[in-house]
Design a protein around this ligand. Sequence first.
Ligand code: X5A
Ligand code: ZN
Length: 721
Amino acid sequence: MGTALVYHEDMTATRLLWDDPECEIECPERLVAALDGLRQQGLEQRCLRLSAYKASEEELGLVHSQEYVALVRKTQTLDQGELQALSKQFDAVYFHPSTFHCARLAVGAALQLVDAVLTGTVQNGLALVRPPGHHSQRAAANGFCVFNNVAIAAKHAKQKYGLNRILIVDWDVHHGQGTQYIFSDDPSVLYFSWHRYEHGCFWPFLQESDADAVGQGQGRGFTVNLPWNQVGMGNADYLAAFLNVLLPLAFEFDPELVLVSAGFDSAIGDPEGQMQATPECFAHLTQLLQVLAGGRVCAVLEGGYHLESLAQSVCMMVQTLLGDSTPPLLGPMMPCQRFEDWSWGWGVEVEGRFPALLLPTVPWSPSSVSGQPRPLTGQASNKVSLNLGWWVNFGLLFGGCHSELLLDVAPVLSPSTYSSEGRSLPLLSEDPTNEVAGDRLSPFLDRLALCPTPPVHTAVALTVPAATLALPPGVLHQEGSPLREETKAWVRPHESLFQDKALAALEKILYLLDGILDGQVNSGLAAMPALAAAATLGVIIQRCLSLGAQRLFCVALGQLDRPLDLADDGRILWLNITGEEAATQSMFHITTPLPGTTGGFLSCILGLVLPLAYGFQPDMVLVSLGPAHGLQDPHAALLTAMLRGPAGGRILALVEEDSIPHLVRTLARVLHGEAPPNLGPFLMASPKDIQALMYLKGKLEPQWKLLQVAAPLPGPCSLVA
Ligand code: X5A
Ligand code: ZN
């Protein structure tokens, strides 16, 4: 349905006219760099370009007082001395004669974007604006922000479209205290912010940026702060924060619209943030948000002061909004952070470590995953309290029903170990073949890296006529081609594949698979021949391995056993979601029961499937809906959509031949980049589902570090054997 890019050149006019080291980073070149990046990558051209209009004073009045608006209006005619004197009345602010004009355009851009999305003109979009907005308050400019673009956009969406639930995700590295104040008592706006905090020693130095600020009155529980008490947070930290904190809440909140305060000062290289997340991380964060609110995501630029990092991150976000798949988050795992003392009932210490994906010197391998944990050098910790009582899913995700959740965030590595021992990387190297890439790519990915964007985004290999399915335009129908000699040898042991029909289906599937493995096709959907699902899957796996895939993540639903002849050598991570009990045959062979409720299913995806997938860093993902898989269409769609992330979009979804057309259509759409359908009424995870999840986490967390942050070790409650 398209992506809007809202912009106006005039927003480059405002700039600092005097010497002020704090404010000089907020410069016109930021917008130029971001836009140039989009143009160079051909992304701007793929968006619906909208020229920003100036917000009316009435629209500004949705958030700001008349007196304050009048004050800013007045700056148009002030001389430099007066501008400077007025700027001093606020914290980290400068005014320019064009400020009022630019700030109205910035608000207008955000409003236009929301209008374009909520009227259905586009699916999503980005407003590239200056000045930023999230520090701005009812009657105060602050932190380079004049009017609160995102807050006004949220009020507008409520007022004009009658929306009842809006999620604001503020991934800027600073706390958007302005936005927090504006919505602190409003339960219709869920505000989530992570930010560099350093126990209050980082700008804006506010106590209310801490995790115990949760909103007031009716809005209690609808403000969620995740303060980082240490710099150097990287891809895995951000990912874990999304999987463990934001997304469980967001799914339960079920927003109608997602607004992103998209600051890229939380990216690597930024002088303000001092964080380590690479531009690709923002592709993944975006993709994770796109499964919410029917994909209605409106991003508005906030900070971001390293021009190249900013431009690359903006490109990653726009590319993802356009539906392209995300580049894999590569690099070895490394513990970096721990959450402990989720002390609302169990009092169990959780040594959760966020693995960093970016240590250039230690290549990822199964042995480094199961190796000794790194020594804990930084023990200072700070107990913070997240009031999440409102959040049923969250409470149950971690096995408790208490309203206060204590979260202890302590650095695992001292700051010095941190940066010298690998959290620093040759960032933003112009040379894509730098050491990091060399170290972290499997030979298979190396080969595919030659063809980064496959000519075909999504292809299907189905046995029913294409016309009956109404697939989204652009999805390729794959024909078969005769099996290769090598493949015939694999087929021979499987009697079930001998019928002509089964062979014809297999020919098509393997042709599609080869397209994916050769980098010609990004993602695929195929129908497994009737009564031969397991055999087909076995042949597919053999083919992947023989073509050089080093790590294959197989998610098998229903009655699909792991092929017996496969060596358990770490090349396949097999996760069976079935009617059976939780079990771990090895760290690479896991069985979990299919949860009976939406809440349980989400807990399983966010707490188990995705941490395993992102931790394994697969070359490719196979998701198979086998016999009696028991999944409703929206659940299957969500699982498939979220599994597009871990392997750079290389995913093959397999359904049974006689699957209903509706399922096939839904899966083809999400593979193609459309948002999955709503999950319907939210039902809490059952104690049984939680027990199974906790059991598996307990068993697997020594090997799979991303699981450690997600939940406490199994505690006093009795678990399935
Ligand atoms: C929007 C934004 C930062 C202000 C920092 C002042 N503002 N030291 O990133
Ligand atoms: Zn910022």
